[in-house]
Design a binder for this molecule. Structure first.
Ligand SMILES: [Zn+2]
Ligand SMILES: [Zn+2]
Length: 216
């Protein structure tokens, strides 16, 4: 690389991860392929070039004022409209506010009672993801199409109603919210036998929060 390229680079770069090999500078977790990531582009003096330091976009969004304007970001033209919109909101300072709103909505949702007293089975549903558009509420990663996911119904004040919050089945199991047999969950019968076996195995391998199971 030449000095010219070095001086031309913008301080940030946005893209969808090309592989699952990078890890996030903020949370140290791997950034899975196709996840929306943002790099702080550093000048690397040792080889006269630039070196991107990747972060989950969601991790960058945790800290205010990291990015001052869209002008600082390379790669915007390839982003999906929704992600570009979130970037814009983040820079305007309105993304954090709307996240708080969602969190407040979640906190007033009563936690399902252990032991399955009453009818709490209607609040959960298990299925194979119909698209790759849902984001796991636990790990903030995309849920790949076909991956087994679990919905919990959460209040969303912005829509004045309930909407499903999706999680990877392995992320959901770590929460230990579901205490009945898995086969009693809505949608279970629609899973393939192979998926049912895998989920049963996950449930056995995931006794609690000490579990270190990774999705990738
Ligand atoms: Zn991260
Ligand atoms: Zn997850």
């Amino acid at each position: 690389m030449t000095k010219d390229i070095e001086s031309a680079h913008k301080p940030w770069k946005a893209e969808y991860a090309k592989s699952s090999r990078s890890s996030c500078r903020a949370c140290n977790k791997p950034i899975v392929k196709d996840a929306f990531r943002l790099a702080k582009v550093q000048t690397a003096h040792q080889f006269n070039g630039v070196m991107p330091l990747w972060n989950h976009a969601s991790c960058v969004f945790q800290n205010e004022n990291e990015i001052k304007s869209l002008e600082e970001i390379d790669g915007l033209e390839d982003l999906r409209a929704g992600d570009l919109q979130n970037l814009r909101k983040y820079i305007e300072g309105s993304l954090a506010a709307s996240d708080e709103e969602i969190n407040r909505g979640k906190s007033i949702t009563p936690a399902p009672t252990a032991g399955g007293s009453g009818d709490n089975t209607g609040e959960y549903e298990i299925e194979n993801a119909k698209s790759s558009r849902s984001i796991c509420k636990s790990c903030n990663e995309k849920i790949e199409k076909g991956h087994v996911r679990v919905a919990t119904m959460v209040d969303n004040p912005r829509f004045r109603g309930k909407q499903p919050a999706w999680r990877h089945v392995e992320c959901f199991l770590k929460l230990r919210w579901w205490t009945s047999p898995l086969a009693a969950m809505a949608g279970w019968d629609n899973l393939s036998v192979k998926d049912q076996c895998e989920v049963q195995d996950l449930a056995k391998a995931c006794p609690g929060n000490s579990c270190s199971f990774q999705t990738q």
